[in-house]
Design a protein around this ligand. Structure first.
Ligand code: URA
Length: 207
């Protein structure tokens, strides 16, 4: 069917882009890494999760969120009936910054065309931004600014990204919740909002 052809094309486009990302030399971050981490999951996902940058385990495996923060993230997903293969998980920056330092503006600028292409190809209905860097970047595309992630987490922003209507939900970074039960509760609460939004958009407009 036409639908099947479309799915295959998306998959091929995502794979082709991953090959380009694996060979990217647009900023110097690649020099100290083992692997790029382009992103992982279903190219048909209704839900896309966007983190900050690969950490040590991600650099070693080439997969996003496979370390301790990733385990926590899997728990949050399972709380709304999803597994990592149902969603697409990506990061703002595709190579690990040395010692997990924050990505620099010029690194974000060099790398985000890849993320934007991933959003264009997958056209998710809901995007969850994990942490303040991811939230800042994605909300800037809607000209939304904020001071503290704790002020806006769990809110649903409606907008259009690259021609597709999308709901954007900023939340805390799962790594921040590893040692902070309060943050963990906040994340669980925000993921309940994610589940509700997904039910809403899929209930009204299933493709
Ligand atoms: N933290 C992130 O932001 N991204 C990953 O892929 C892993 C940890």
């Amino acid at each position: 069917t036409e639908g099947m052809v479309q799915v295959t094309e998306r998959e091929v486009a995502i794979e082709r882009l991953a090959t380009v990302i694996n060979e990217c030399r647009k900023c110097p971050l690649w020099e100290n890494t083992h692997h790029a981490v382009p992103g992982d999951g279903s190219s048909r996902a209704d839900l896309m999760l966007i983190g900050e940058a690969p950490g040590k385990q991600e650099d070693l495996t080439g997969k996003p969120f496979v370390g301790r923060a990733g385990k926590l993230l899997e728990g949050l997903l399972s709380g709304i009936g999803l597994s990592r293969t149902d969603v697409f998980i990506a990061n703002i920056v595709k190579h690990r910054p040395p010692g997990n330092r924050d990505p620099r503006d010029e690194e974000i600028r060099a790398c985000t065309p890849y993320l934007e292409e991933q959003i264009r190809i997958i056209a998710p209905k809901v995007i969850v931004m994990l942490g303040r860097h991811s939230s800042r970047y994605i909300l800037s595309l809607l000209s939304v600014e904020f001071d503290r992630i704790t002020d806006i987490r769990g809110k649903v922003y409606e907008g259009t990204l690259f021609g597709h209507p999308v709901r954007l939900i900023p939340t805390l970074h799962p790594a921040a919740a590893l040692y902070n039960p309060g943050y963990r509760e906040a994340l669980e609460e925000d993921f309940q909002a994610v589940g509700r939004e997904l039910a809403r958009v899929l209930g009204s407009a299933r493709e």
